[in-house]
Design a protein around this ligand. Structure first.
Ligand SMILES: Nc1ncnc2c1ncn2[C@@H]1O[C@H](COP(=O)(O)O)[C@@H](O)[C@H]1OP(=O)(O)O
Ligand SMILES: [Mg+2]
Ligand SMILES: [Mg+2]
Ligand SMILES: [Mg+2]
Length: 308
């Protein structure tokens, strides 16, 4: 059963377990106390947890799927990892489900896996650990199709730490209960660490009843899925394909939409520009285009310079 399952199902099933293992590494680095922070640029920190989690994820996926292209935020990693970091077991519960017909025949060369080993690094270093997620996004022929969002610090009611959310277009989502946001309000979730005047202008046009400022693309999309916000607005370049691939797939598998601020989907092929040049607009209702059009054209045109 396991070995005969279509490739997308096996990649998803291994990614679920690998994201969980990366979550343990992220908790362990924090516990041990020395974060080993390196500045990659302005407001762009990297820690030992980002580096180690990426090695664990990419080494595990590359070993099982050697011919699939994998792109990780932290660049080329040493894949010679200890056995404890090599995850080989697939999530059997996930594998029991039927593969959507659209993906059944996808071949290794159709895939790109986008890995953000730790989304919300700034928040991780500042102690806002609930904003942290591990993101594994699976693209087939340019589109974000499957995704894993793991929250290492989520406190389950059972006492267990961490939870893993997955989404596959055509199949649906798992690991959480979707909730609709309140009908009589309009709540925006947005950045707490990468704002600027133009971005603020785009947020202001919505005249939202509440603006939640939280870290990470993964965490903001979870807020949409759990009914805490109606729209995610990020009207500035800065986040990258590994930030949006998994969140886009999970959100859209649940009926929502994630695009740039012009309402266009990003592409996820292996040669695409990494930066999401025209920001992010995500929503859970069925009025995505209306939200796009609320942002004045001159503001939309001023965000970023390139269409990616
Ligand atoms: N200017 C930027 N430089 C680097 N990464 C960025 C930038 N803006 C956004 N990001 C990435 O997108 C995520 C979401 O952004 P924000 O929290 O500001 O809404 C950030 O956690 C960060 O991912 P990461 O933490 O994985 O480096
Ligand atoms: Mg980063
Ligand atoms: Mg990120
Ligand atoms: Mg990251």
């Amino acid at each position: 059963m396991t070995t005969n399952a279509p490739l997308i199902m096996r990649i998803m099933a291994l990614s679920i377990n690998t994201a969980k293992r990366a979550g343990v590494i992220i908790r362990d680095v924090l516990k041990q106390g020395d974060l080993g922070i390196v500045d990659k640029g302005k407001n762009d920190p990297q820690t030992e947890a980002d580096r180690s989690a990426q090695r664990c994820i990419i080494a595990s996926l590359a070993k099982k799927f050697p011919s699939i292209k994998i792109i990780g935020e932290e660049g080329g990693s040493d894949l010679n990892v200890c056995d404890e970091w090599l995850v080989g077991e697939l999530d059997e519960t996930f594998l029991k489900q039927d593969c959507p017909a659209d993906w059944r025949d996808a071949k290794p060369e159709d895939f790109v896996i986008w890995v953000d080993p730790l989304d919300g690094t700034a928040e991780y270093t500042q102690g806002f650990v609930e904003h942290v997620t591990v993101l594994i996004g699976i693209a087939i022929k340019n589109s974000a199709v499957g995704g894993i969002i793991h929250q290492p610090f989520y406190q389950q009611s059972s006492g267990e730490l961490g939870r893993t959310i997955w989404g596959l277009k055509g199949l649906g989502t798992g690991g959480f209960t979707a909730v609709k946001p309140p009908a009589n309000e309009f709540i925006i979730t947005t950045t707490r660490s990468h704002s600027n005047a133009l971005h603020q202008k785009a947020v202001d046009v919505f005249n939202a009843s509440k603006v939640l400022k939280v870290g990470g693309a993964g965490f903001k999309v979870l807020q949409l899925l759990e009914g805490k916000a109606h729209a995610y607005v990020f009207a500035t370049p800065g986040c990258k394909k590994w930030d949006t691939c998994a969140p886009e797939a999970v959100l859209e598998a649940s009926g929502g939409t994630l695009t740039n601020i012009n309402g266009e989907h990003y592409e996820y092929h292996e040669n695409v520009e990494h930066v999401n040049g025209r920001g992010v607009l995500a929503s859970v209702g069925n009025n995505h285009q209306e939200l796009v059009e609320k942002i004045p054209l001159e503001v939309r045109q001023a965000v970023g310079t390139k269409q990616t």
